[in-house]
Design a protein. Sequence first.
Length: 729
Amino acid sequence: MSGWDEGAVFYSDQAQFPRGGGESDQFKATRHSVLLKFKEFIRNYETQKNVFPYRESLLHNPKFLLVHMDHLESFDADVHSKLRSSPADYLPLFETAAAEVLANLKSKVAGETGEMEDPVTGEVQILLTSKEDSVSMRSLGAQYISKLVKISGITIAASRTKAKATYVTLLCKNCKNTKTIPCRPGLGGAVVPRSCDHVPQPGEEPCPIDPWIVVPDKSKYVDQQTLKLQENPEDVPTGELPRNILLSVDRHLVQTIVPGTRLTIMGIYSIYQAANSAAQKGAVAIRQPYIRVVGMEEANEATSRGPSAFTQEEVEEFKKFAGDPNSYKNICSKIAPSIYGHDDVKKAVACLLFGGSRKELPDGVRLRGDINVLLLGDPSTAKSQFLKFVEKTAPIAVYTSGKGSSAAGLTASVIRDGSSREFYLEGGAMVLADGGVVCIDEFDKMRSEDRVAIHEAMEQQTISIAKAGITTVLNSRTSVLAAANPPSGRYDDLKTAQDNIDLQTTILSRFDLIFIVKDVRMYSQDKLIASHIIKVHASAGAASTDTRVSKEENWLKRYIQYCRTECHPRLSESAATMLQNNYVKIRQDMRQQANESGESAAVPITVRQLEAIIRLSEALAKMRLSHVATEDHVKEAIRLFNVSTMDAARSGINQHINLTAEMANEIKQAETQIKRRMGIGSQISERRLIDDLTRMGLNESIVRRALLILHQRDEVEYKRERRVIVRKA
């Protein structure tokens, strides 16, 4: 990542202007007057009567000073415009002014207290912030070079810290004369003179050309790091590759950012000569752009999108909406309005969008508040439509398909930089969607080893990486909405739940709600669905409808954002007791069911499912901006849990009980054939065994039931996600 100044001199002009260098008297005078203005601003700017924020801030934290551009503009518009148009010239001046004011203030304080302190000679880093809108990364062009720009994006990589020289001390090999030259800031280089200015005495040999060698120990350095900033996933036009730009940060901004952090930065759009790049070898005039950061704020936490992001009218409208007794019903009617029916799925998606409350326990353990939902079932039951709707409505969302996603693409990858040969980390989809939702379509088509990679991200909400000497943990505080088909393509009622769901229990237990979505063939239902779809298609062209729909979506997005920021509900005592009794009862029922059928449920009911109901109750309370989740919220959460996960756990069970004598006889024959086909200790793929036996004239569902009975008697066992059968006895 840092091949730009390999073999060159490392440097940066932090607190002073490059000394000397034919400056006109007029420019010196302008600089002097601007320096005085900056000092006056730091000393005298008031937010209220006798409140001097910058003076206080300097005394409190002498390392850096955060300056609001709006304050500077209201104090002196001329100085503000100078700083905006030539930040590289005037920012070092501002830093000099801050250092001088600080030294002054310290000596005054010392004088008043009677303690003599050493005068402070340290530098102060000026960081800028402003309320203006960010510029799109795609619109950054040559007209912005050397200007102050504000852009936002997501950090995808961070390099190691390097030492960057601000002044380089040179020594003449011949006459031992020393010279100090300043370095340009950011990723630029120092201009080393070709000849020594020492005048030789009579009889002395003149100094040769290029006599200088760098004395590293006598040079002055600051910390520097480079980051890669990529466009936010939601800002990338469909079909385009996301753009990224190099950032250079120094001093107190170094090592404050990890990949996956959303940032809004102010910086100077600059250029550097790319080293080691083959394409640039002969092209002297071509330079690579980068941004030298002079101000940075994180946009990950709720605080940065705080109340100021919402107008007073919006807040009043949201509170009025939340106070309406039908607010839950109204929200659900706004979820995917183009999809007919599926009311409970819509309610679950609403809960996923609002989310529960994230908690941090005294011992540092974090409990997730995000809700994960799995939609499993027949094709053409609008599963992908739900995913697309959530991608558009969630404040932060990433959409991906299981077949086209690898473990590294979903979590994080370690990449080697071409020029510097240094390894660095790049975050995947679950890191980019931190604080939002990841929609994974075709979840069943993912390779099982890739699916295992997201276990940690779904429960602990972190991604741990230990590759190529990089050991780190990234945040992935995301909800997962996944859609999958059963292995045979359609949901088969003759098969057991295990055969239909066909996902490992380890991943199933991480989903709070699992919906089995069936394509029910009913005349009345088909008629209603057909008329709804025709209506949707017929009205799709009307411009007014499009505007209304996008307005509704936008309003819902804002409302979700407001609720997530402002409301963090907790369970009331009575609701907690009710939930406890219900959970115990659910576990009891599942145990009884397992005893009757002789097999465990396809979907395990564990403590995770209890936490799921708690999260659902909190999400239902959050929709109404209530800070307490009541018994009513818990009742609705348990109802949702029963119609989804519990139904999935019960489905397909007890199907081999109450068999007719004829079927029992067929199953016996199938058992005999299976044992004949497989010797003890041998293994075979389930698909191949079923194909062989169906060729012999046996019914597939009879063979599957026979296998199930053998499995319960512990005569065969399943391996590799139920794909391979091993005969034990």
